[in-house]
Design a protein around this ligand. Sequence first.
Ligand SMILES: C[S@@+](CC[C@H](N)C(=O)[O-])C[C@H]1O[C@@H](n2cnc3c(N)ncnc32)[C@H](O)[C@@H]1O
Length: 333
Amino acid sequence: MSLRLSLALDAGGCALPDEGRIAVFAPRAGLDLSALPKDRVLILQPLRPDFESFEAAGFACLPELADLPETERFAAAVVFLPRAKAEARMLVAQAESITAGPVLVDGAKTDGIDSVLKNLRKCTDTSAPLSKAHGKIFWFQGGNNRLSDWIPEPGVSVDGFITAPGVFSADGIDPASKLLAGCLPEKLGRRVADLGAGWGYLAAQILQRTGVEHLHLVEADHVALGCARHNVADVRAEFHWADARKWQAPEQINTVVMNPPFHAGRSAEPELGQAFISAAANMLVASGHLWMVANRHLPYETLLGERFSAVSEVAGDNRFKVLHAQRPRRAKG
Ligand SMILES: C[S@@+](CC[C@H](N)C(=O)[O-])C[C@H]1O[C@@H](n2cnc3c(N)ncnc32)[C@H](O)[C@@H]1O
């Protein structure tokens, strides 16, 4: 339950206009939005599993603001602060620019709510913050375009690639992915999938290998996938905004390459990477290969041994390990 949102609307003195749509930025799955009139809410959520969860609960959803008609103005907005500072600033500024009424900003202390409040106070009239559950909520009047310098120029280029605030490894090539790319063999087979493709670094390396005819980039973050479309401009690439754990490959795959996620939000969840391993085993041909990189401490070898006939560590250091698994086995049960 979003306790702070209820607090602001019920007792805190923030009045929602009686009519007009309410834009809700970046709520995570499971957040209770019952304090808002559902039929007036538009969820803006680029992460596919979270998007699907709100869609299944009957909310209108869009992955990104860019998908809205430019003229649409909202009666109110709520921003649930993401952890990345540049993304948080961008979402608050976007909310301000499309909203005629109040913009509520909610965040945990660990997500930098105090710093956003401090910076907003320099340019807007913010309400007094309400504190609850290790976080704060406050609001200010939108619609004056006072925060346009909080929105970065589109397509920030890093190491020759386009990235965006909040996407994985937005500041440059991830060292683990670089290690994996250096270990990939010259031949990967004709049909390859990159699970959790991000902004496309590994995909770009895969397409440099000989014989690749078709590469599926599967990524849950709509924003990252948009960057990948730009970074991997190649007719052999196909882009899928999807949860890799559930994605059904349209053809059998010869090789999966991946640097899987192991965090859902703040907490480490190795089950996420393990689900990627199972998904990879299920989509591969009988002679297929999996190449993956992981943080050294993550417990992947047991499952790899269950789901593949041969597994080896081909490279690594004290931080990362590159694992190669061959010939998937059928899942038990
Ligand atoms: C460790 S990053 C690797 C990104 C990219 N391959 C690279 O090497 O730079 C993992 C990626 O998985 C994505 N991701 C997280 N959960 C996902 C899911 N359920 N399905 C698909 N992608 C997911 C994240 O958004 C992130 O881009």
